[in-house]
Every structure is written in C-alpha cells, then in structure tokens.
Design a protein around this ligand. Sequence first.
Ligand code: ZN
Length: 73
Amino acid sequence: MECPYCNKNMEEGVIHGDRYALKWIEKSRDKGVMLSAFQKGIKLTDPWMHNEVEVFYCINCKKMIIDLNNKIE
Ligand SMILES: [Zn+2]
C-alpha cells in the first residue's frame, strides 16, 4: 500500500489483540475502557476468531492505516 501522505511504500504488519476485542468507538460516545465491551463501535479484532488486525505503517510519516475492508465483522 502506498502512503496517501507521502506516496512512499508502507510497511505491512499486524497488531495482535488481547483478551477483549480491539474496538474503535466514537469519541463523543466513549465511556472509557471498563465499558468499552458494551459500547457500539467498529470491532477490529475478535479474541475467538481472528485476534489480529492488519495495519500499514509509514516509517516516513509515522502514520498507521487500517483498511476496514480487511476487518473481521
Ligand atoms: Zn508517508
């Protein structure tokens, strides 16, 4: 994947989950980590099925991109 900021090649990698699903939650609705399991959001990992998410990293810009087309549902 090409970095949309600097157009250089991005490094492909993974972030492994822990005991709970990694989830993206809208900032306005975030109630903290204790309640995150009950909050609606975009699940990035699933501890039972696919406990990792593919992440592209640009060493140049220090930015990471997660393509949600690859995410588990
Ligand atoms: Zn970049």
